[in-house]
Design a protein around this ligand. Structure first.
Ligand SMILES: [Ca+2]
Ligand SMILES: [Ca+2]
Ligand SMILES: [Ca+2]
Ligand SMILES: [Ca+2]
Length: 337
């Protein structure tokens, strides 16, 4: 039956009142949640930020990264009050093996280094990741983790490429991990389409820009870089339809990280003070420090971009060799604050 004119006008008035209601809801949601990126533990003011040799594109206002109410108070697993240098890490060797007193560790898991022991933060096999290696991670808040994998994998979302980044929203973390995945960053939407453009290190900056490194040479709109570099992505949209622009954030060859293939940066994290925590695929040597793939070292940058300059801390931030990890590789890190 076709609706008559009266029914049409009733439908129209229903639709317009519904639409008006949705607009109000949207405005209210934006007011409630704000345009704040909540990153756990960041309470220190940023100081000593390095300068860029060229201006970076500004982040687009209006991108909401955290759509949920932040978890109030300390989380029982991700307790963000630290008495030591906090490092979250993933390893590259398939398991199972024991790290500190944590048993059944494999390469899809995330551990937190506790200074004298480790804690299982994210047990990847609990959420369907036992066939893959988690090769990049960053924490957004106490129950939200961004991650990438070293090979394409099929999950409930569909085929996830090694250049993609998923968002994991946890309902439980630790030895029993539960939660759900959603798209955060679709690499192929923004020119990450080749084998060597597998994302192997990420960090999300407080303003919403994304840092990433790749396993091989990378060529995106407007620039190219190598596996020891980090690009900075300024989004106009995250999610299943990712868009934005690129610039060079960290040029590894400027600071002695292009001498061997082993000096591929395979994990990175930036602290609130701007220090860049790095780990490499194999042995590395830079001015002031050398080490192995299971170590984490720190660049205190004086300049970023195409003319990167670092003073390297003379001590490792984390030394896996002290924890029986010499035959392993730390292949993803996050540092807070
Ligand atoms: Ca891993
Ligand atoms: Ca990856
Ligand atoms: Ca890399
Ligand atoms: Ca490493």
């Amino acid at each position: 039956m076709k609706p008559n004119n009266t029914q049409f006008s009733q439908i129209n008035s229903l639709l317009s009142s519904l639409f008006g209601g949705l607009e109000l809801l949207l405005v209210a949601a934006l007011l409630i949640f704000g345009l704040i990126i909540v990153k756990g533990g960041e309470t220190e003011p940023a100081t000593g930020k390095p300068t860029f040799d060229s201006p970076l594109p500004s982040p687009t206002p209006g991108i909401v990264l955290v759509k949920e109410t932040p978890t109030p108070g300390p989380d029982p697993v991700l307790n963000l009050t630290f008495t030591h240098e906090p490092i979250y890490l993933s390893l590259s060797n398939g398991g199972a093996y024991t790290v500190g007193t944590v048993a059944n560790v494999s390469n899809e898991d995330i551990l937190r280094f506790e200074g004298t022991d480790f804690v299982m933060v994210f047990d990847g096999s609990d959420v369907g990741l036992s066939s893959t290696d988690l090769d990049a991670l960053t924490l957004v808040d106490a129950d939200t983790i961004l991650m990438s994998f070293n090979d394409p994998i099929t999950l409930s979302l569909g085929v996830v490429d090694d250049s993609d980044i998923l968002q994991f929203d946890a309902t439980s973390l630790g030895e029993t991990t539960t939660g759900s995945f959603s798209w955060f960053f679709d690499g192929s939407d923004v020119d990450l389409t080749l084998d060597g453009e597998d994302v192997d290190g990420i960090d999300l900056l407080p303003d919403g820009q994304l840092l990433l490194s790749t396993t091989g040479g990378v060529s995106v709109s407007g620039l190219s870089a190598e596996d020891e570099d980090a690009l900075i992505f300024t989004p106009t949209a995250y999610g299943e339809n990712t868009s934005g622009s690129w610039a060079i954030y960290f040029d590894g060859s400027d600071v002695g990280l292009a001498d061997t293939a082993d000096e591929d940066v395979d994990g990175l994290g930036v602290s609130t003070s701007g220090s860049i925590y790095l780990t490499t695929l194999g042995s590395f040597a830079v001015t002031g420090i050398s080490g192995e793939d299971e170590g984490v070292f720190v660049c205190i940058p004086a300049n970023l971009g195409n003319d990167t300059a670092c003073t390297f801390s003379s001590a490792l931030s984390f030394d896996g060799a002290l924890w029986g990890l010499s035959i392993n590789d730390v292949d993803a890190i996050e540092t807070l604050p």
